[in-house]
Design a protein. Structure first.
Length: 435
């Protein structure tokens, strides 16, 4: 005979609002139908990267069909800490009423046996939050208390019955382009060239980029195994031949990017403006950068000084042309060939130009204005990056670089799922949950 606690939990209809107070930080409720949940299950099981799987898990939202439990369980019992983190966060973000319908015995086993045993206190408390939402009458905190509580109830546990969520015309649409973009990155690949000012004032930024590049590429590669990275630096004509130079052609040997950045010593740059246009010319030059015709292409311009006034017009035109004209070698890579043997040429893709304006305390207004214009012309986005001292527990420059590059790769149409992914990942990094 189930306990009174579980009897109460079992009859609570999933469509009813929970009596438990909502966390002010909780996102808007997203109600998935059975078919929408099934689509996410299929997408999760059709890929292997932890980042892409984590994004799919977060897209389940606050109310989802119990069939989604199998992918949450798969992630929660994974040996990949990042994937476990996103599975746990998915349960945290599930409404209490829906949670009591989707939790299985195996999921609760994983919460009690694995997540309550994690060394990081904050991580354990996320698991406790899930358990408290599932068993609201149990006022427990310590792992051993929850272990005893679950041991006494495991054999009689029955999830609450699931009912289809009501149609809410005011509810936010769950049709987001974020997952479509993520799976396009996986299929078509991503090629990224960092185009960075290497004059004297940029050493701190170069060092921050070198510190961030391993994490950036690791996360991108978990979305798209076919990630290639390259490096261009620019300065003045008298200091760099031609004003800009390719330091690394596009390569899948990602460690080379860190090596080249660490070896890059900032120097020169007597007057304020720099030859930004020369850097972009080299980055977009198919003779010097081996772009692939069918891949997603991203150029990130990073600097703390604007271009010379005379070069702004041609520079903006260069960015506009890059965002409209397909570029790259037209030969088809093995991964692009269909299995039926028919000839196939992938659709050519232009480049997107994004810009990061750098300042020690604030980005120079002229630099910001011109970098915004370059990004707008290149169908990309602009963000500022300050290198001021970071308080303990706050995002570091490396964290911000990781966030900016992720947002650049997904584009301006990415929805709430990407916001949630970035929030969860950076919080875990700041708190030391991921080593």
């Amino acid at each position: 005979m189930p306990s009174l606690l579980l009897s109460i939990a079992c009859w609570i209809p999933c469509g009813l609002a929970s009596a438990q107070a909502a966390d002010p930080a909780d996102p808007p409720r997203v109600r998935l139908t059975e078919g929408q949940t099934q689509l996410r299950v299929v997408r999760y099981e059709g890929t292997e990267g932890w980042a892409l799987r984590g994004l799919v898990l977060l897209s389940l939202g606050s109310d989802w069909h119990p069939m989604g439990a199998r992918i949450v369980e798969d992630a929660l019992t994974s040996d990949v800490p990042e994937l476990r983190l996103f599975a746990l966060e998915t349960l945290v973000r599930t409404s209490p009423s829906a949670l009591r319908c989707v939790l299985t015995t195996e999921l609760i086993d994983a919460l009690v046996e694995r997540e309550l045993a994690v060394e990081a206190l904050g991580w354990r408390m996320r698991a406790v939050r899930v358990l408290r939402a599932a068993f609201p009458d149990a006022k427990l905190t310590a792992p051993e208390e929850w272990q005893e509580h679950w041991k006494a109830r495991r054999t009689t546990f029955v999830a609450a019955p699931w009912t289809a969520p009501p149609v809410d015309p005011e509810a936010r649409s769950v049709a987001s382009s974020t997952l479509d973009r993520a799976f396009d990155l996986e299929k078509a690949g991503l090629e990224l060239v960092l185009c960075i000012d290497s004059t004297g004032s940029m050493q701190g930024t170069i060092d921050a980029a070198a510190a961030a590049c391993d994490d950036v590429v690791r996360v991108l590669a978990s979305f798209s195994p076919r990630v290639r990275v390259g490096l261009v630096h620019y300065g003045e004509l008298g200091e760099i031949p031609g004003g800009a130079q390719r330091l690394l052609d596009l390569t899948s040997d990602h460690a080379k990017l860190r090596t080249r950045l660490r070896a890059l010593v900032a120097n020169g740059g007597g007057d304020f403006p720099e030859r930004v246009e020369k850097g972009l010319e080299v980055a977009l030059d198919g003779e010097r950068i081996d772009w692939t015709w069918g891949a997603n292409k991203l150029v990130i311009v990073v600097g703390d000084a604007p271009p010379h006034d005379a070069s702004i017009g041609p520079l903006l035109q260069l960015a506009r042309d890059a965002s409209k004209r397909s570029r790259g070698r037209s030969s088809v890579r093995a991964g692009d060939r269909p299995t039926d043997g028919r000839s196939h040429v992938p659709q050519g893709r232009p480049a997107t130009i994004c810009c990061i304006g750098v300042g020690s305390a604030a980005v120079d207004a002229r630099t910001e204005a011109t970098f915004r214009a370059i990004a707008r012309a290149g169908s990309g986005t602009y963000v500022p990056l300050t290198l001021a001292e970071t308080a303990k527990g706050r995002a570091t420059p490396s964290d911000r670089i990781l966030e900016h590059v992720l947002r650049f790769a997904f584009g301006p149409n990415a929805g709430d799922e990407l916001d949630a992914f970035v929030e969860v990942l950076l919080r875990a990094r700041r708190r030391g949950w991921l080593r």
